[in-house]
Design a protein. Sequence first.
Length: 263
Amino acid sequence: MRTTKLTSVQMARFVAHGYLRLDGVVPDELNQQAIQVFDEGIPEVPYGTPLREAFPAGSFARRLIEVPEVAGALESLVGQDPTVDHHAVHIREPHGGEAQPLHGDAIIDVRRQAFDVQLMYYPREVAADMGGTLVVPGSHLRRTNESDTGRYQNLLGQTRLTCPAGTVMFVHHGIWHGGRRNDSDVPRYMFKIRFNPTVPQVRLWDTADLGDPAVAKELDTPFPWYEHAAGRLEIYNRVKLWRALTADDTFDIDYWVTRVSAV
């Protein structure tokens, strides 16, 4: 199967932001079929089912994850043989629903350098009045217990997804997010699958540009909701994760990790 792996710059962007968007990568043919498939329902998959067994060949879900850009991103993030944790179709009816409290999904996940990813697929255009999925960039490495952040209504720099049909977003399991209410006249559909890695998440992407200065620039991206001092902790956490992903214990940004690692 042909895939399009992520570059090092894209991986660094994922490590900094906690998500990666692939706008409009799913062919119209699949987008047109999606609504009927979602309305009929996709059979449940037992937790921990290997991806190659979870969705039958030729099924809608299998064809979705075999889109070259989607398959390449998935392999770059979690490897060739992930397992499926769960999947779900989320539908917000016209002028329906309430805004979800801001939350993270992984209340019992204590891994520091490994992560699950969630694929979020939007078969139709998501316009501003459709609400979309709200995410807080750079929040994924700040540990919370699911709905600890639910008391917060808005954070500087948060993004509410608007996108063309056929967009796929991959998010780190720790990202703070929430579905918004739908104020439009059409239903909003989103299909998600959570994947668990089964191999070390080390240099799984196209590393040809690993030495590109743009990698460090991505990893040093600030976000407006960070407190001045505490924002340095986010850079520290990114560096630790990047060191693990690249098997390079010498990588650093502004000496943040090295200064506290010397013996």
